[in-house]
Design a protein around this ligand. Structure first.
Ligand code: ALL
Length: 332
């Protein structure tokens, strides 16, 4: 079958190489089970499953998409995949439109990495009301908003607070006591961004670093470049920039080079993208956290298939976070 494209949506029927997944066991034990709704009657397959992601300009989501495509190849008789994303990290309205388009196209399940933990809940509730199975991956929906709406959506993703602390602890071990540091946060309305900031804070407190400033750079490289440049001007004493994702770490690294401070200001990231792994090997970035984007998609789709087949709605699944340092980074 060829790959018909319409409205930027396509079936994943083209043959694709299996996406690699490095290190660790991505299927860490399940988080404490939440009240799971009773199993619904099985739907007849083959199914159509939509993967709704965020910015496809971010390698993290390409890895996620590749994971989904490899999974679909291995289960080609069971379902067709519609993979889609938005252009810009903050285009929440476009992501809501995508959910609505998928529902209008009659997909059986939606596996979604929401750009905003609150704003996407309404569209997903409408999907559930239309009989679509919804699985939340990567960035968790806000528990309070789900409760207000009276819905439960299974979540597959890491403990971001734990992951961020891993990276910050590694940084702290490389800095003198009390060293002044700054944080670049993700989008403030994303639960995973909030959790990563908390993980950085935990480590800063526990290890006795000094937090000079913490500012959002909206997950974006360009924005991080600007924010880091102004932090370096205003606070020339800082010895590290703790970045809540790898794209922002790349922007921060460029700002540090431009300021002539390469080697003096350490940088940490989160995601494990190729460009950052390269910079870890070169000594320009200290570490990142691999959160196995491909596995998030695979596990999310497995969950969707389970529910479609009429099995009980699964409990939340906590996925692995693995620290990537100069010692552990694999050869290119
Ligand atoms: C989060 C992911 C990644 C990513 C970011 C940008 O949900 O976990 O860290 O870099 O989205 O959209």
């Amino acid at each position: 079958m060829t790959v018909p494209r319409s409205f930027g949506v396509f079936f994943a029927a083209a043959a694709l190489a299996l996406a690699g997944c490095s290190g660790g066991d991505p299927a860490a034990p399940a988080a404490p089970a939440q009240a799971a709704p009773a199993a619904k009657a099985a739907k007849a397959g083959p199914y159509r499953i939509a993967l709704v992601m965020k910015s496809l300009a971010n390698e993290f989501f390409l890895t996620m998409e590749n994971g989904a495509r490899a999974h679909q190849q291995a289960h080609a008789s069971e379902y067709a995949l519609l993979a889609n994303g938005i252009k810009d990290e903050q285009d929440v309205a476009r992501q809501i439109d995508l959910v609505e388009q998928m529902v209008a196209q009659g997909v059986d399940a939606l596996v979604i990495a929401p750009a905003d933990s609150k704003a996407l809940v309404g569209a997903c509730k409408r999907a559930l009301d239309a009989g679509v199975v919804v699985i939340n991956i990567d960035n968790k929906f806000d528990a309070g908003v789900l409760e207000e709406r009276g819905i439960t959506i299974p979540f597959v993703g890491p403990d971001n607070r734990k992951g961020a602390k891993l990276a910050a602890d590694h940084l702290a071990a490389a800095l003198p006591p009390g060293a002044p540091v700054a944080v670049l946060e993700g989008i403030p309305s994303a639960f995973n961004g909030i959790q990563r900031k908390l993980g950085f804070d935990d480590s800063i407190q526990e290890k006795g670093l000094t937090l000079v400033t913490s500012q959002s750079a909206s997950w974006e490289m360009e924005k991080a470049n600007q924010v880091a440049a102004s932090i370096l001007t205003e606070h020339p004493e800082i010895q590290a920039l703790l970045c809540a994702n790898d794209n922002m770490a790349l922007g921060a690294a460029a700002a540090v080079r431009t300021a002539g401070r390469a080697g003096q200001v350490k940088i940490i990231g989160f995601d494990g993208i190729t460009a950052v792994r390269d910079m870890i090997r070169e000594g320009q970035i200290l570490c990142t956290v691999d959160q196995h984007a491909d596995k998030l998609a695979e596990f999310g789709i497995d969950y969707a298939l389970q529910v479609l087949r009429g099995e009980a709605t699964p409990a939340d699944k906590e996925t692995a976070v693995d620290l990537v340092t100069a010692e552990t980074v694999a050869a290119p």
